[in-house]
Design a protein around this ligand. Structure first.
Ligand SMILES: [Zn+2]
Ligand SMILES: [Zn+2]
Length: 262
């Protein structure tokens, strides 16, 4: 699936936009050279707390876990132009980092972390409890079927509540819920909206920055399906990002043209 093209013009992120019927995309620009600098930092410092001095380093932000059982992670950089013409670099990691959603120097998630945590704290123990009861129930018995169904219902309700927290922004000034944007069939995959590209785009819109380029790379032990390898660049994922990036990039061409950027 990996494209052979290595030029900066290669499409890095994008997807179909259900609003205007166009395909919107973003290329790498010079984001890859900034990624290489970040890789150098990760290599030398073995941590992701960019703003802390080595003495203040938070052990939770060490990169050691990326090479262990929980495997590696995607990191992304977006090069942007600010209103005053200066260059701004945004950075993101996919998902959470050792249980942390928000870290200084990194783009935040697409939802309010406090609300997310309240829902999690409420539902997670109920699912765990059902899991424990399931282990004790005889497989295939009516009690087992009942517990399985209840757990499925609660999980579905949880996912719906979580997806309703994700607010996607675009360059036309629109904002929309993840569930209203997602065009894929068969439900929204877990983790949609948690990749680097949507985090970076959301932050760019909120801070009125114009994205010029984007690149994402994988850092750590290769993933279970061996599709991602240490220090390799990867385009945005097809299952979670392509269905939402069209909406998120809508309006960027017009903004770019308006500012005379080619
Ligand atoms: Zn993705
Ligand atoms: Zn559009």
């Amino acid at each position: 699936m990996q494209q052979k093209k290595t030029k900066n013009e290669e499409r890095i992120a994008g997807g179909p936009c259900l609003d205007c019927g166009m395909e919107h995309s973003l290329s790498a620009g010079d984001a890859r050279s900034h990624c290489r600098q970040l890789m150098q930092f990760l290599e030398n410092e073995q941590r992701i707390d960019l703003l802390a001095s080595p003495g203040q380093a938070d052990p939770r932000l060490s990169t050691a876990s990326l090479f262990g059982k929980s495997r590696g992670k995607m990191f992304g950089i977006m090069v942007c132009r600010a209103a005053d013409g200066s260059e701004r670099i945004l950075r993101a990691f996919s998902g959470q980092y050792n249980g942390l959603w928000e870290l200084p120097g990194w783009s935040p998630p697409l939802f309010d972390v406090g609300t997310f945590t309240r829902i999690y704290v409420d539902i997670e123990p109920r699912i765990k409890q059902l899991g424990r009861e399931l282990e004790l129930a005889e497989h295939g018995s009516s009690q087992w079927r009942d517990l399985t169904q209840r757990r499925r219902q609660i999980s579905r309700q949880w996912m719906q509540e979580i997806h309703a927290l994700y607010l996607l922004h675009n360059f036309r000034g629109q904002q929309r819920l993840l569930s209203d944007v997602f065009g894929g069939s068969g439900g929204i995959p877990t983790g949609t909206g948690d990749c680097c590209a949507p985090k970076l785009l959301n932050q760019a819109v909120k801070e009125k920055l114009i994205p010029l380029g984007l690149a994402e790379f994988y850092w750590g032990r290769e993933n279970a399906s061996q599709t991602r390898q240490h220090s390799r660049f990867h385009p945005s994922c097809a299952s979670k990002c392509v269905p939402i990036l069209g909406f998120m990039l809508c309006g960027l061409e017009a903004v770019t043209k308006q500012h005379g950027i080619l």
